[in-house]
Design a protein around this ligand. Sequence first.
Ligand SMILES: O=C([O-])CC(=O)C(=O)O
Ligand SMILES: [Mg+2]
Length: 222
Amino acid sequence: MSIEQLGSKADHLSEELIQRVKRLSSSLISDGMGCTVSMDYTIKPVAPANKIVVGTALTVSVGPGDNVCLHKAVPLGEKGYILVVDGKGDTKNALLGELIATAAKKAGYEGIIVDGLARDQGALRRLDFPVYCKGFIPNGPLKGESGQINTAILCGGVSVRPGDLIVGDDDGVVVIPRENAEEIIRKAEMKAEYEEKRRQEIQNGQMLPAWLREGSKRESTT
Ligand SMILES: O=C([O-])CC(=O)C(=O)O
Ligand SMILES: [Mg+2]
């Protein structure tokens, strides 16, 4: 069996940036990046909770249905990290269930994102630990030959590198590349300010946004 841990655990971005992201949403972050960086829409929270989950990516790549490497990554967990699993979108076997999610919670992870399936849905809903996946199947995981921890992966069609910031809420999951985080967060905050202004305008009976009233072209989604 060859499981490689190629990269060491990445540092967190500054606490100040992370706190700013916690006041936003996945949709605002996506707007801050030109509406391009959402993981596949089928990756959704097991238990929608109307709250935002933010953490530094600790990545795992596994073969379809094979969760040996995932087991090995769980004890590396610490507060502030999110386990992001490239499961190749496999739909034949669950990569995790109640036991792995409970261990990941105990290890300190903020949550788990899986490009694949889970099982033990009822227990996961009761766990009070954010798990995002594509759905459920009773078939358990395979015990395979290989995997990688903390390397660049694709998850839900989006590139994730160790240390990128992961943001999940009930809409889905987005990835903030760490080198552009400051600029993306600033743009997302500007969108939040715009939306607050629009909320007040709508309350005052102004249904059309200014850019449409004035006939100008707007590039972002508003
Ligand atoms: O048995 C497994 O490896 C997956 C599972 O159901 C659990 O983590 O509870
Ligand atoms: Mg189980």
